[in-house]
Write a protein that binds this ligand. Structure first.
Ligand code: SAM
Length: 329
């Protein structure tokens, strides 16, 4: 079994975007009440006294939109300064990044993944639900700021939706020709907007690779991530292309992660809603952290991953109660 040492932490379940595939405009979302969110102190206590002692050394801050968390820079600084932290990264939509990039870098953040589903401002705004105000330029400015400040690697995440942005795959891949950026294509999953998924379906990574290979050529990259992406490169390109194929492949055998929601539920696998345990209630009820540690160790021992094809077994109701924004995508 893989060593599970990577924790994805959802700092907040709210987001300033309404991406069609994640938390579409008009969808009823039960936000976590403020008093139910883990406080920064509780989060840091769990990291120091529970997660690090059981072997977690790599952390990613996500959401919702992590940059909406009022203490995001302080949280970065606190985690980055722990001697056991080997890696600290963030996934963001970059809308608020331009002004925060330098502070985050100075606080110790080095790696950042930015969601960018389109290079066409109109398509982008349609995807993220712009509410009458274009968001693309501010996101692009955020990406440029991250680049200037020195985030390395800088990864761009693209969820490919047929008939929406799949026609841009070659343009997005071409970003890597002259930049040391990593563009990662993610297969669309039926979490968040199953209706859109039902209407549009998803594109297999193998098909995207073929399209890119036909246009530019494609070789396996020497650069290896330690996550689920299969990494390739256009010959001579500076950056790489990653393919995250959770719909067409099973990579449970490579899984090295767990997810902590903003209200303190620890989930052993993205698709395993039944197996999660409530750490916040335990902490607030005064359960000693060494006992919480034992519960996490037990979950680690059992860690039951669920492949997409067996996903029904991960829920009690047949559909997932929480979207990516709530789980910490
Ligand atoms: N707000 C941040 C952002 O936009 O990157 C972080 C949270 S977002 C939930 C994290 C990632 O989940 C994004 O890269 C997003 O594209 C991905 N995601 C959300 N819903 C998805 C779905 N149904 N299928 C595949 N990826 C999804």
């Amino acid at each position: 079994m893989n060593k599970v040492d990577y924790l994805r932490i959802s700092l907040i379940d709210r987001c300033n975007f309404r991406c069609q595939y994640c938390m579409p405009e008009g969808a009823e979302l039960d936000y976590i009440l403020r008093q139910q969110l883990l406080t920064a102190e509780e989060l840091l206590t769990l990291i120091r006294e529970v997660f690090i002692p059981v072997g977690f050394t790599r952390f990613r801050l996500t959401g919702g939109e992590p940059l909406l968390h009022p203490q995001v820079v302080e949280i970065v600084r606190a985690i980055a300064s722990l001697p056991q932290t080997q890696d600290l990264a963030m996934t963001t939509n970059a809308f608020l990044l331009a002004n925060k990039a330098q502070n985050l870098y100075d606080a110790g953040l080095r790696r950042i993944n930015i969601s960018l589903d389109s290079l066409d401002p109109e398509v982008f705004d349609r995807i993220v639900g712009s509410r009458g105000r274009s968001r693309w330029q501010q996101v692009w400015d955020g990406i440029q700021a991250a680049h200037r400040v020195g985030f390395d690697p800088l990864k761009l995440n693209v969820v490919v939706i047929p008939g929406v942005n799949d026609c841009e795959v070659l343009d997005l891949a071409a970003l890597t020709l002259t930049r040391y950026w990593h563009v990662r294509f993610i297969e669309f999953m039926p979490i968040g907007n199953s209706q859109l998924f039902g209407d549009r379906g998803w594109v297999a990574s193998a098909e995207l690779r073929q399209r890119i290979r036909d246009a530019y050529g494609l070789v396996e990259s020497q650069v290896r991530g330690n996550g689920p992406a299969d990494v390739f490169q256009i010959p001579g390109a500076k950056g790489t292309l990653g393919f995250i194929s959770q719909m067409s492949e099973c990579f449970c055998d490579r899984c090295n992660r767990m997810r902590l929601s903003a209200d303190g539920w620890l989930r052993p696998c993205l698709l395993n809603e039944m197996g999660q345990i409530d750490l916040k209630s335990a902490l607030r009820a005064g359960v000693p952290t060494d006992e919480i540690r034992d519960r996490v160790t037990q979950l680690l021992t059992l860690k039951s991953d669920i492949n997409y094809k067996q996903r029904e077994s991960g829920t009690s109701a047949g559909t997932y109660a929480r979207t990516m924004s709530q789980i910490g995508g």
